[in-house]
Each structure stands twice: as C-alpha cells, then as structure tokens.
Design a protein around this ligand. Structure first.
Ligand SMILES: NC(=O)c1ccc[n+]([C@@H]2O[C@H](COP(=O)([O-])OP(=O)(O)OC[C@H]3O[C@@H](n4cnc5c(N)ncnc54)[C@H](OP(=O)(O)O)[C@@H]3O)[C@@H](O)[C@H]2O)c1
Length: 224
C-alpha cells in the first residue's frame, strides 16, 4: 500500500489531503501539533509534530509508528503566514523566526530525518506547498515575510532534488501551487475548496517523475 506522510494535518489543506488520500486508498501518517479533533480510519495514524520545535523535528524518526515501513509521498504542508503589510517585524522578531522555521527550515530537516523511509519507496515524491505570493508577477506587498519564505521554498525544492539524488533515493522533489483556498489562511474570499486541491494534487503526484513546480492539476509552472 502506498504511504503518505503529511504535516499540518489538523485543518485546512492538510486535513483535506488526509481525507482524500484515504479515499484514494493510501495509508496515511498525519502529523499534527496536538492530538485533538482527529479523524478515525483503519489506514490512518496520527503523530505529534511541532514544526517550530527543534527537538520535535529531530526526534521524529524515533517516534514513527511501527506499521510505517516506508514513505512514498512526503508532503510538507504545515505553514504560517504573517498578516503585516510590509517587513515591520521589529516588535515580533520571534514570530518571524518561527515562520521561517515552519515554512523553510522544517521541510529540509524533516526530509533528512525521514530519508530512511523515503529510501524504501519504489519512487518517492517529496512535496512542498508553494504560493503565487512568492512570484514577482503577483507582488502584493502583503504578508511580506510569508511571500519571502515561499520564494525560499522554490530553491529548497530544487536542492531537495539534489539531496534525494546524492543519497541514492529514487524519486523527485516537487512544489505544488494549491491556488487560493478557502481555509483559515486563505480566508473567506478565496475561490477553491481545499478538498478540490487535495484530490487533484494527489492524482497529479502519483504521475510525476520530474521535479519542478506544478499546479494541483499538474501544469508545470515557471516562477520568477
Ligand atoms: N490557503 C491558501 O490560499 C494557500 C495558498 C497558497 C499556499 N498555501 C499553503 O498551503 C499550506 C496549507 O495552508 P492552509 O491554507 O491549509 O493553512 P491553515 O488553514 O492556516 O492551516 C495551517 C496548518 O499548518 C499547521 N501548522 C502551523 N504551525 C505549525 C507548527 N509549528 N507545527 C506544526 N504544524 C503547524 C496548522 O496546525 P495547527 O492547527 O496546530 O495550528 C495547520 O494544520 C501552507 O503551506 C500554505 O502556505 C495556502
């Protein structure tokens, strides 16, 4: 059975990915910060993970459920957004550090920590969730640090591809731009239900054999 590991599985896109992955026949390991409001399914196991906490990240492998022998799709979905209109973070530097840790650093550390599980996949996909807000073409000057973090993620995606190669892991590193979704982060004005994104992205992911950034529907995107 193909296994998906997804972070930020408590709500929003992450929860939709869990539901859709179960629907599509995957075994799912769902990482959440707190064990509340959980779904129940025979192919679903929850694991506690705080992506902003060094110890939680680095000890993850030792806490992995016994029934998980390998990971075919690793989805770095957990994300944080700043709502400021520009880089005015001087009164909240700690929040800025946390945002960069969750959005940029955690996917790098987690890929390494879980690499022995990726190695045992026939063909692994390591997935980061990108955002149109990282693109100069969509420069809104809103949520400046979030946008910068998602620009950094584009580079991380390409470097994780080298990491997989260098460590003899068969697979590819991809970004999925999920579109503007009706979640706590996306807000009420958003246009896409996260279930639609989750369903499309899972169908896309199992067919991808080339790194890069794609829409959930599988169209390759160029970022500048
Ligand atoms: N919504 C959009 O329109 C949109 C557009 C482009 C990209 N994205 C990206 O899509 C992904 C999912 O976004 P969303 O809209 O579903 O956001 P969301 O509704 O705000 O959910 C964020 C998720 O991240 C988790 N998270 C936050 N901080 C965490 C931490 N320190 N450790 C572990 N988990 C943490 C949250 O867990 P808790 O419940 O514990 O807080 C929650 O599960 C993000 O990477 C986001 O940047 C979203």
């Amino acid at each position: 059975m193909k296994t998906i590991f997804v972070t930020g599985a408590s709500r929003g896109l992450g929860r939709s990915i869990v539901e859709e992955a179960l629907e599509q026949g995957f075994r799912v390991i769902a990482a959440v910060r707190s064990m509340s409001n959980l779904l129940d399914h025979e192919n679903l196991t929850y694991i506690e993970l705080d992506n902003a906490c060094d110890e939680s990240l680095t000890t993850l492998a030792s806490r992995m459920p016994e029934e998980c022998s390998h990971i075919d799709v690793l989805i770095h979905n957990a994300g944080l957004m700043d709502k400021s209109l520009d880089f005015r973070l001087s009164d909240n530097v700690k929040f800025g550090e946390k945002l960069l840790k969750v959005n940029v650093l955690a996917p790098i550390v987690l890929t390494e920590v879980l690499s022995s599980y990726l190695e045992l996949s026939h063909y692994a996909r390591v997935v980061n969730i990108t955002s149109g807000m990282s693109s100069r073409g969509l420069d809104t000057h809103k949520s400046a640090l979030y946008s910068a973090s998602k620009a950094a993620v584009i580079k991380v995606i390409s470097d994780l591809g080298y990491f997989l190669d260098a460590n003899g892991i068969k697979g590819c590193s991809v970004g999925i731009d999920p579109g503007w979704m009706k979640t706590d982060m996306g807000g009420e004005g958003a246009v896409i239900h996260p279930n639609t994104t989750a369903k499309n992205m899972l169908l896309t992911l199992v067919q991808l054999y080339e790194g890069g950034v794609y829409s959930a529907a599988g169209i390759k995107l160029e970022y500048s």
